[in-house]
Design a protein around this ligand. Sequence first.
Ligand code: SAH
Ligand code: AVI
Length: 312
Amino acid sequence: MTGTPIGDDIVAGLEASPKWLPSKYFYDGRGSALFERITRLPEYYLTRAETAILESNAESVVARCRPEELVELGSGSSRKTRLLLEAMHRSGAGSRYVALDVSDDALRAAEEALLADYAWLEFAGVVGDFHTDLAAIPRRGPRLVAFLGSTIGNLDPAERATFFPQVRDALQRGDAFLLGLDLVKDVGVLEEAYDDAAGITAEFNRNILAVLNRELDADFPIDAFDHVAVFDKVSSWIEMRLRATRDMVVTLPPLDLRVTLLAGEEIRTEISCKFTREQIEAELVSAGLGVEGWMTDGEQRFAIALAMPVGP
Ligand code: SAH
Ligand code: AVI
């Protein structure tokens, strides 16, 4: 998946109570492919809703900031990104696309698919972590930074409070930040989106254990975990967990780690926050980003905010 060594965060998570794992470890080749299947599930409305918003608004977003380069964080398959790249190309704005993702498998597949269709595209893939690596991408001119898919929801409030100022620092006056956000809605709709009838999200969830088994020579008995997805109303997030169905001891030899799990014990693998406009506007403003545009789908399930740096 990535050249970054995995370790310290896993030790911290598995020694914590309750236990947790960082969600970036879902995305090896299989995890990225499972996520793509999720985006096509009837229950997972997010990708369809965001695509509809981009279909209606990509042109005006590009007209607003006239970017020479599009920098996308957590770009995955870059499928929806095509709408922005095509709008940039049509308008005669720049043709440089920097895709940053922790998954080199996803980046390679995206590069191949994009270059097969867009001979004019200048593609740069960066294997990296959007928590730390945005500042290292050189700015070549007016810039649009995109963070789509509501991946921002996978960051907790403290992580967002660190992340948004980094985005602000990567922008100059006239640059823009395009942020995809899943909105608060009926709990039943939310929980079904994360617990689909075909069981693809469950497979995606369990894949994080397969990654640890392969990368860290761990011995998680993957079939002995149930998929759990619940909406926490207080925190306004979906929490995905893996619940042990029996007592077990798991070893991760390279980390010198031995983990005991009791039957019924859960490991949190992901949060997926659901937002209101007021909340996200307040967070962006306190990072020096003013919301200049707010676009939603017809059913108000999903929003894309267009933010621009304010102040000097
Ligand atoms: N933006 C795409 C993909 C969303 S899936 C879409 O909207 O469909 C989340 C993507 O973020 C995956 O491709 C995953 O590999 C990547 N990702 C997760 N954590 C990351 C991190 N910390 N740094 C960089 N990329 C990360
Ligand atoms: C990538 N991320 C925004 C997805 C989400 O909805 O939180 C990951 C996902 N997890 C379960 N289904 C999809």
